[in-house]
Ligand binder design. Structure first.
Ligand code: KPL
Length: 290
């Protein structure tokens, strides 16, 4: 079994590295800082110390499997830093939310595939940089441009982890996650509320209802939201099942980090240019959160 290298020691990267290490799945958590260090992680009542190696300490061409766990905005820069350490046929995957970085990826690595992973895992990093695991959720990984069956590198490593599934319709999974993230994340970031606070007496509140009504026709036209159920019911279900969570965009905003708005509603507005939809709520959210 070859080794996974996880680049990005934030909440999701630390969670995945921790689970791999617990499952004896060979893995190294990396950051791009000069020297190696360690991070603290709270898994229920158990505290773990995670070794974090410096990317620069690796030998050239020594990465066979790279999982980029940075946010969308840092993904291409992280990939560029990792380039000298990638073997010729390295598998590359990322967990970032959103769309719109595919072109930049292809410019850095022409002709190579970027596997995508979408996750319902919830974890956050507190003010003291301690990562807290809230839930492992389900993580689907696959190749957007093909419906290939699980490759060996999935079956012999990631498949061992609880909640990891190979997704043969990754394009659909990305569109679904993108649509949900476009309606929940910016509202929670703007209103500074937990996901459950977008609901009123268990049903969708006015902001969530209005944003779903505005966005769904465009998401449908773009082929991104193709589920039978309407977007509002699906978003309401996610808010119910993740009621206590702070969305990733709210976490970024509260921590003063750049948000993923450009890769969510910003990208939606870019893709809307050929259509005639009125999108005032999306426009206002992008201006407020950019
Ligand atoms: O994916 C999420 C995120 O916060 O990015 C949701 C589904 C909204 C859960 O918080």
């Amino acid at each position: 079994m070859s080794q996974w290298h996880i680049l990005g020691a934030g909440a999701i990267g630390s969670l995945i590295a921790h689970r791999m290490m617990q499952s004896n799945c060979a893995c190294t958590l990396l950051h791009h800082h000069q020297s190696s260090s360690s991070g603290l992680l709270l898994d229920g009542k158990t505290t773990a110390r995670l070794p974090i190696q410096s990317l620069r300490a690796l030998a050239p061409a020594s990465i066979d499997r790279l999982l980029l766990t940075t946010k969308a905005g840092q993904l291409v820069d992280a990939l560029k830093l990792a380039l000298p350490y990638l073997s010729d046929d390295a598998v590359i995957a990322c967990t970032a939310n959103g769309l719109g970085f595919e072109q930049a990826f292809s410019e850095v690595l022409p002709g190579r595939s970027l596997h995508r992973a979408t996750s319902t895992a919830a974890a956050f990093r507190d003010h003291d940089a301690v990562v807290h695991i809230v839930s492992d959720g389900i993580t689907r990984i696959g190749l957007p441009e093909s419906s290939a069956s699980p490759p060996t590198w999935f079956s012999d490593s990631l498949a061992i982890l609880d909640g990891w599934r190979w997704e043969s319709n990754m394009q659909g999974a990305i569109g679904e996650k993108f649509s949900i993230n476009c309606v929940i994340n910016p509202l929670t970031a703007q209103l500074e509320c937990r996901n459950g606070e977008l609901l009123q007496s268990g049903a969708a509140g006015p902001e969530l209802t209005a944003l779903c009504e505005e966005s769904e026709p465009l998401l449908n036209a773009l082929g991104l939201w193709s589920r039978q159920s309407d977007l509002l019911s699906a978003a309401t279900n996610v808010c119910q099942s993740t009621a206590q969570n702070q969305s990733s965009m709210l976490q970024d905003r509260l921590a003063g980090r750049p948000t993923e708005i450009d890769f969510l509603n910003g990208e939606l507005l870019r893709r809307a240019e050929n259509f005639e939809f009125e999108l005032p709520l999306n426009q206002a959210l992008v201006s407020a959160l950019r």
